[in-house]
Design a protein around this ligand. Structure first.
Ligand SMILES: [Fe+2]
Length: 382
C-alpha cells in the first residue's frame, strides 16, 4: 500500500486547509500555520464528537476501550477518547506494536492486557491498521455478548473529518435504511460494473442486511457509516467480480493499478486472472492452505458521500456507488453458511449498476431509485 502511516507525521490537513496554506507567502504561512493546525484539530474534534454522540452513542458511566496499533494514526484515537470522556464514559486508551497480520493472523503478536481489556468493556472502538476483527481475543470478547464493537481500522484525521464530520448523518442513516429495506425484499440480484463485474445471485429474506454506522444498544460488531452489507445465498453466487478500486489485505496491495478478475462458481472463487496484483492476491489466498479463503463471504454497497478512493480499505469500501466483495472469514452475524476461515480480505468494484428483481436501482455508480437519489443528495450536505 502507498499509505504508510507514522505516529510522528504531522496531522494530515484536508484539501481546503491545504489550499489556504498554498495561497499564502512563506512568512504568512509561518504566521498562519498554528492557527490552521488548530482548525484541523477543531474539525477532528467535531467529527469525534459526532462519532461519540450520534454514531456510537456513548452512555455516561459505561466502560469504553479505544485501541490503536503503531501503524495507525494516534490523533484520531486520542480525539475519540476525549469525546467519549466528555460524554461521561470511563475510557481506556491503548496502543501496541502492529501485529504482522490481521484477524487470526494477529493472535500470536497481541499483548495479554489488550486481550483482557477487550473482554471487559461495554464499547470498544478499533483504530488499528492491522485490525483485530475476527482475531481470537476479538471472538472471545464478542462471545461474552457484552460489548458493542466499532471497527475504524486505518482511520485518519482527514478521513474522519470527511466521512463523519462532513456528512449529514441523519440523512445518510435514512438512505442506508431505505436501500437495506429494498435489498431485504429483493430476491434475484444482478450487479455489473464498467470494468466487467457481472454477478447474479439470490438473497435469503431470513438473513440480516446490516446498515453500518449506528452502534445501537445491542452488543455486536459495527462498521463505519456509509456501508450496507449482507451475505447472499452462497451457492447462487455466480459470474465475474472485477476488482478495479482496491484490495486489502494482503499488505502489499491497496489501490490497484490494474484490474483483478475473479471467476465465481457457486459462491467460490475458482480462478483469478490479471497482472502482477492478481498474482499477488492468488498467492496470498493459496498460502493459507484453507479452502474457505476462496469463499465469497459478503457483498456491500459503498454509500458514504465523504469517502474517496485512497488505498485505505475502510474508506475505499464506502466510496459512493461502489460495491465491495469480502472473501474468506464470514462473520457469524451474517447468518450465512460459509463460516470461518483463516482470515478475510475485501475488494472494491467501482461504479456499480444494480438490479433488484429486474428493476434497476443504480446505474454506473449513481443511485437512480427516486428515494435513494433524493436521500443521497441530502446525505452529501452537512
Ligand atoms: Fe469484508
Amino acid at each position: 500500500m502507498s499509505w504508510q502511516p507514522c505516529p510522528s507525521r504531522p496531522v494530515p490537513v484536508n484539501s481546503r486547509v491545504e489550499s489556504h496554506i498554498r495561497s499564502g507567502s512563506r512568512r504568512e504561512l509561518e504566521r498562519r500555520k498554528p492557527i490552521l493546525s488548530s482548525l484541523v484539530d477543531f474539525e477532528l474534534a467535531r467529527a469525534a464528537e459526532i462519532l461519540a454522540r450520534d454514531l456510537v452513542r456513548v452512555k455516561p458511566g459505561e466502560h469504553v476501550l479505544i485501541y490503536a496499533d503503531s501503524e495507525s494514526e494516534w490523533n484520531v484515537a486520542e480525539a475519540t477518547a476525549r469525546a467519549a470522556h466528555n460524554a461521561g464514559a470511563k475510557v481506556a486508551l491503548m496502543r501496541y506494536p502492529a501485529p504482522r497480520g490481521v484477524g487470526e493472523e494477529a493472535d500470536e503478536d497481541l499483548p495479554g492486557p489488550l486481550s483482557a481489556a477487550m473482554s471487559n468493556c461495554d464499547l470498544m472502538i478499533e483504530f488499528s491498521k492491522m485490525y483485530l476483527l475476527y482475531s481470537t481475543p476479538w471472538r472471545l470478547a464478542m462471545q461474552r455478548k457484552r460489548a458493542r464493537y466499532l471497527c475504524l481500522s486505518g482511520m485518519t484525521s482527514d478521513m474522519m473529518t470527511r466521512c463523519i464530520g462532513g456528512i449529514n448523518v441523519e440523512a445518510l442513516i435514512k438512505f442506508q435504511d431505505r436501500i437495506a429495506d429494498l435489498t431485504r425484499s429483493a430476491k434475484a440480484m444482478r450487479v455489473t460494473t464498467p470494468a466487467g463485474t457481472d454477478m447474479e445471485f439470490e438473497n435469503d429474506p431470513k438473513r440480516p442486511v446490516f446498515t453500518e454506522g449506528v452502534v445501537a444498544d445491542r452488543p455486536g460488531d459495527y462498521m463505519l457509516i456509509g456501508q450496507v452489507d449482507w451475505a447472499p445465498i452462497e451457492k447462487t453466487l455466480n459470474g465475474k467480480i472485477v476488482f478495479d478500486g482496491s484490495v486489502w489485505p494482503p499488505d502489499d496491495l491497496g489501490r490497484l493499478a490494474s484490474p483483478i478478475i475473479l471467476t465465481v462458481e457457486d459462491g467460490k472463487v475458482v480462478r483469478i486472472d490479471g497482472g502482477r496484483e492478481a498474482r499477488t492476491l492468488a498467492r496470498w489466498l493459496d498460502g493459507f492452505n484453507d479452502p474457505a479463503m476462496h469463499n465469497v463471504a459478503h457483498i456491500a454497497y459503498g454509500c458514504n458521500p465523504g469517502a474517496k478512493l485512497s488505498g485505505r480499505i475502510v474508506e475505499d469500501e464506502r466510496v459512493w456507488g461502489a460495491v465491495e466483495w469480502g472473501l474468506g472469514y464470514q462473520g457469524e452475524t451474517f447468518l450465512g453458511v460459509a463460516g470461518p476461515a483463516k482470515t478475510h480480505t475485501d475488494g472494491i468494484c467501482l461504479n456499480a449498476s444494480i438490479w433488484m428483481d429486474g428493476k434497476q436501482i443504480a446505474s454506473e455508480g449513481t443511485y437512480i431509485h427516486p428515494d435513494l437519489a433524493s436521500l443521497g443528495k441530502l446525505a452529501a450536505r452537512r
